[in-house]
Design a binder for this molecule. Structure first.
Ligand SMILES: Cc1cc2nc3c(=O)[nH]c(=O)nc-3n(C[C@H](O)[C@H](O)[C@H](O)COP(=O)(O)OP(=O)(O)OC[C@H]3O[C@@H](n4cnc5c(N)ncnc54)[C@H](O)[C@@H]3O)c2cc1C
Ligand code: SF4
Ligand code: SF4
Length: 613
């Protein structure tokens, strides 16, 4: 069957907050009030520009994120946003930052932290401590979201998508992954959609339908931190001198019904650090109607071969400070997603001939304030204003014109100013949590003039051997025995190791504390339609064969990667939640590119089917 071709004016990859910001601004100005085109299409003369947006997930908003946001950019697009009736939205109320002590003694704490814990416990009579948690009496203003909103990003995206589509000026196609950018002599001329009716390896099978080629004068890439099109452009064009994307985190979250007698008020925002491991940050946001979003971030600088999130999330929920609020709660939704934590340092070439990058994949996320949605949205609106300017002045989408119109706008905006302050703010974490927290405070309070240094290393360089990590807790002999047992059962090793290292068993209750498999079905409602190739691919099996930690199996958010023959893991597409964590966590660098690991994360279908995350 021949590959079809479609011509459009603008094609967008991904419908996250960045593209939603782009299309919201653009769609309002393509058509005049009398229905005539405000600017004309090049491919359909007499009509307004033909704008298409392809989203990988099976519906709009089927991703995962917080979100508490100051909502500056959102409010600029929707001045009445608070009163728009967006489900699960609440104004930010009480904000707290808590240092969680370890009630079990199972976490791995540095000497400095042990000393700090001793001090806190000794002087607890004089400190705001309850249920093994210190409520920080003061937190710097840059951490606050006062005046902002607690949203469900899934619900917000569905609402924003409906606003965009109601203009009739653009089309959004969910369930339609883009497999690659079409590049001709360093110019992006459009995108290719994913082939259907293929086997796991992508070879034509029953019902083979090659993905259509969409040619467009402008390709807008807003596919998030691990999107395959952004990755392709990074590989093709390289990153600007000195830039890299070495800092990441996987965020895993639950949406739950709080117990009927919950005292937590809508708008409550709670951030934690210190437990279940000092490196793991947690969040809890309260929506109206006793619904809460909560979760943890496991960062790439957590020097553990067990950067697993699911079990740690359960231990975090069971911390006495939190559990008294959560006990009796019920799981509604669950999922995981990567957060690109390199910020401005991970910024790629923002424009080129025929393309522009927006959102987190363009380095917009602010790693100091923990804010990504507002920034992503703002970069989308900036690009839309630039595109309208170029369309009106009939200038082509060349690198130079896009640079003049978009990049200049972005550089002059608050997104850039705050990104510069944040750029090195988290470098201290490269050398430990205490130094990291001090570095953040220093950078925030001095507006980025002073920071505590630390050279970000690629994640694979930070993964110690399992035997090394558990030295003094689990002997190499015990590790070898557990490894053999887990391999025979075809399961990951971290659960058995955490048990051995002193973590208590999770008291499953069938409604909130459920097994990982149950979370996939009950909370993630994970599905994958047949007829598509595997989107997670182990590039060089020989690298897997010699890989000792096999961290991809341990960290997989969906238990979609399991032990396989000859040391090469097996991928199960039907369990993958598309978090993208495997791609940056792989323990083996590619022989020809030490910034990339042995896993390719390609365009794929399916994943989470919940719009509450
Ligand atoms: C657990 C968690 C909690 C967070 N909490 C907060 C918070 O409280 N406040 C805050 O401001 N930010 C928060 N963030 C960060 C915030 O979610 C991101 O910064 C923001 O979503 C980035 O928007 P984006 O549009 O750039 O990318 P994304 O939201 O990643 O959207 C990209 C879209 O592209 C789609 N896509 C990917 N590949 C393809 C393809 N090949 N073809 C078609 N479509 C594709 C994806 O499915 C997705 O819908 C959180 C993130 C996580 C993971
Ligand atoms: S994919 Fe990476 S982490 Fe997983 S086994 Fe292969 S080399 Fe190791
Ligand atoms: S296989 Fe899927 S679920 Fe597992 S880490 Fe990779 S992207 Fe996430």
């Amino acid at each position: 069957m021949e590959r079809q071709r479609l011509d459009a004016d603008i094609v967008c990859v991904g419908f996250g907050p960045a593209t939603a910001g782009f299309l919201t601004t653009l769609s309002k100005q393509l058509v005049n009030a009398d229905g005539s085109p405000a600017v004309e299409s090049a491919v359909m003369p007499g009509a307004p520009p033909q704008v298409l947006c392809y989203e990988r997930a099976d519906d709009i908003g089927f991703g995962v994120s917080g979100v508490v946001t100051r909502a500056r950019a959102l409010r600029a697009s929707f001045p009445g946003i608070e009163k728009a009736g967006i489900p699960m939205a609440a104004p930010v109320g009480e904000e707290m930052v808590l240092y969680l002590l370890d009630p079990h003694g199972a976490s791995r704490r540095s000497t400095t932290l042990h000393l700090a814990d001793w001090f806190i416990r000794t002087f607890k009579f004089a400190l705001p401590i309850e249920h093994h948690a210190l409520n920080l009496p003061w937190t710097p203003s840059f951490l606050h979201k006062r005046g902002g909103m607690v949203l469900s990003i899934g619900q917000f995206m569905q609402w924003a998508g409906a606003q965009v589509q109601s203009t009739g000026a653009v089309q959004i196609w969910p369930g339609t992954p883009v497999s690659q950018a079409l590049i001709e002599e360093n110019k992006v001329v459009g995108v290719r959609l994913l082939d259907q009716g293929v086997d796991k390896k992508g070879r034509p099978a029953d019902g083979f339908t090659p993905g259509m080629d969409i040619h467009a004068a402008l390709t807008v890439v807003g596919d998030g931190p691990v999107g395959p099109i952004g990755q392709q452009l990074n590989a093709h064009f390289g990153l600007p001198e000195g830039h890299h994307t070495r800092d990441w985190a996987v965020g895993m979250k639950f949406v739950l019904d709080l117990p009927a007698d919950s005292p937590l008020k809508p708008g409550t925002v709670l951030h934690t650090f210190g437990y279940p491991e000092p490196e793991i940050f947690g969040f809890l946001y309260v929506h109206p109607d006793r619904v809460a979003s909560l979760g943890i971030f496991v960062p790439s600088w957590f020097d553990s071969p067990m950067r697993t999130a699911y079990r740690y999330l359960q231990h975090w929920m069971l911390h006495p400070y939190l559990w008294r609020y959560l006990k009796g709660g019920k799981l509604r939704s669950w999922g995981a997603k990567t957060l690109g934590e390199s910020g401005k340092r991970g910024e790629p070439h923002l424009v080129g001939d025929g393309y522009a990058r927006i959102g987190e994949g363009s380095g917009s996320t602010n790693v100091l304030t923990g804010s990504g949605v507002d920034e992503a949205w703002a970069t989308g609106t900036q690009l839309a204003e630039a595109v309208l300017e170029l369309l009106k002045t009939k200038k082509p989408f060349t690198m130079q014109n896009l640079d003049e119109a978009y990049v200049k706008r972005r550089r002059a905006s608050w997104v850039e100013q705050e990104a510069v302050v944040a750029e090195k703010s988290r470098d201290g974490f490269q050398k430990g949590v205490v130094r990291g927290m001090m570095g953040m405070a220093l950078a925030g309070l001095t507006k980025g003039r002073f920071t505590l240094g630390g050279d970000p290393a690629p994640p694979w360089k930070r993964i110690p051997r399992i035997e090394e990590y558990y030295r003094g807790r689990v002997s190499p002999g015990q590790i070898a025995k557990l490894r053999g047992e887990c391999k025979a059962r075809g399961v990951s090793l971290h659960g058995a190791l955490m048990d051995k290292a002193g973590w208590p068993a999770i008291p499953f209750d069938g409604q909130l504390l459920v097994s990982h498999q149950d979370a996939l079905l009950m909370g993630g409602k994970v599905q994958a339609p047949p007829g598509y190739a595997d989107h997670v691919v182990f590039l060089y099996p020989e690298l897997c064969e010699k890989c000792g930690t096999k961290i991809c199996i341990e960290l997989c958010s969906g238990q979609a990667i399991t032990p396989g023959e000859n040391g090469v893991p097996v991928f199960d597409r039907e369990k993958c939640v598309h978090c993208g964590a495997c791609v940056w966590n792989c323990a083996q660098p590619l022989p020809y590119d030490s910034e990339r690991g042995n896993i390719a994360f390609r365009a794929g279908t399916g994943g989470l089917h919940s719009a509450e995350n």
